[in-house]
Design a protein around this ligand. Structure first.
Ligand SMILES: [Zn+2]
Length: 422
């Protein structure tokens, strides 16, 4: 029997989802047509009407049949559409045979679990618990933003809420993903070095999982959450909750010190107002640090996939940052293969911490316009939403040394999608 493999060029479709990611990979096979893999479908900036158009376009592009869905990580800008009423169901109706997610999404490894598959040791479970508590904190912050951030300058408060919103739990999306597709769709919860779950869907394509690492086999993830795995976020969530319940319209009641009188700043004496002001600033600083750390921690649960077929190497890395990349970048057998990358989905919408210099320098297909097989980079992003993303210095490097396909640079801003043949 002849070996089965793709019989033509791979196509990649980019959907304009504002600040977020949504891609469709299409592999042609003789006999039974194309195989389609949807990678992420989220947004933090576009409304439901726009996302309905995106879903319609996906249905058209895949002929109402997806073979696999990959959701790189739990951020809104990667999975929100799966949780939008009506749209999530339409995506589920495309009946993917496999849903690929990071190991941190394994239902048996949920926050309250006391045992889980062997890949999740004590540290792994602690990490999952801390991520869960981090999302509780984000919810508290968003729900009570006007009170908690009253001392913050408007632009900083807006930025904080934007990032915190991306981190709130997407219960509807998570629930749908855990049992979408065929009856029952295979679920692959992957980590570096594990199988991708796409082996049978894409014969003749080598699909490798380069991240995220598990905490059992790396010491490179050193986030604050990791140093104090079970307490850091829970403490933050508790503080945010306490502050939220201390309603200034109810004098003589304090959540932290029941029975102690409280008074509005305007009627406090000047030396008390000075202290209140300083406390407000300290609280804002804490909230900022917590939100940033939480955002990084969830980004670092991103699935990193390398698709290799017929001399091409396509690299999709979600929002993975340095700590996630560290494992792949110190394995010579992998860095050797990364050199041949022909398409790179720019990490985290163009922030600099998601494209490690070491990774960028590996790519041998970088070069000016005359470079044969010049590297193609995909940048799905929106300006002015997330502080310094896309980052100017990175965009300049991308434009100098690769062919950039960027949704925010499309001439027609009403354009839903573009398909590129590789
Ligand atoms: Zn993202």
């Amino acid at each position: 029997m002849p070996e089965t493999k793709p019989t033509g060029d791979v196509r990649v479709t980019m959907y304009n989802v504002g600040f977020g990611d949504c891609f469709l990979l299409s592999f042609p096979y003789d006999g039974d047509g194309d195989r389609h893999v949807l990678i992420d479908c989220g947004t933090t900036t576009e409304d439901k009407e726009w996302m309905t158009k995106v879903v319609e376009q996906i249905e058209k592009d895949c002929g109402k049949r997806l073979d696999a869905v990959v959701v790189t990580h739990r951020h809104q800008d990667h999975l929100k559409t799966f949780g939008l009423k009506g749209l999530g169901e339409r995506l589920a109706d495309l009946k993917p045979k496999v849903v690929v997610q990071p190991w941190t999404e394994h239902p048996k490894a949920e926050a309250q679990a006391t045992s889980a598959p062997s890949v999740y040791g004590v540290r792994g479970l602690a990490q999952i618990r801390s991520l869960d508590a981090a999302q509780d904190f984000a919810e508290q912050l968003v729900a009570n933003a006007s009170r908690l951030l009253s001392a913050a300058p408007a632009d900083l408060a807006e930025e904080l809420v934007f990032v915190a919103e991306a981190n709130i739990k997407n219960k509807a999306a998570v629930a749908l993903l855990s049992h979408m597709g065929e009856e029952p769709a295979a679920a692959a919860y992957v980590h570096e070095g594990s199988e991708s779950g796409l082996e049978e869907i894409l014969p003749g394509v080598r699909v490798s999982v380069l991240g995220p690492p598990t905490l059992e086999d790396t010491t490179d993830i050193r986030s604050p959450a990791d140093r104090h795995p079970t307490q850091y976020w829970e403490l933050g969530a508790t503080l945010a909750g306490a502050a939220a319940t201390a309603d200034p319209s109810l004098p003589a009641k304090s959540a932290l010190f029941p029975g102690a009188p409280t008074l509005p700043a305007a009627s406090a004496e000047s030396h008390v107002r000075w202290v209140m002001d300083r406390l407000g600033r300290a609280e804002l600083w804490n909230a900022t640090r917590i939100v940033e750390a939480m955002n990084d921690a969830l980004n670092n649960t991103s699935v990193i996939l390398l698709f290799e077929v017929d001399g091409k190497a396509l690299l999709f890395s979600g929002d993975a940052q340095w700590e996630n990349w560290a494992w792949a970048l110190k394995a010579p057998a992998i860095t050797e293969r990364l050199k041949a990358t022909t398409l790179y989905k720019v990490g985290h919408h163009g922030s600099t911490n998601a494209t490690p210099q070491k990774l960028w320098e590996l790519f041998e297909n970088r070069g000016d316009e005359n470079t044969p097989n010049r590297l193609v980079t995909l940048l799905s992003t929106k300006e002015g939403k997330h502080h310094r993303v896309p980052r100017c210095s990175l965009v300049k490097a991308l434009q100098a040394d690769s062919t950039v396909r960027a949704t925010y640079l499309w001439e027609d801003s009403d354009q839903i999608s573009k398909t590129y043949t590789l």
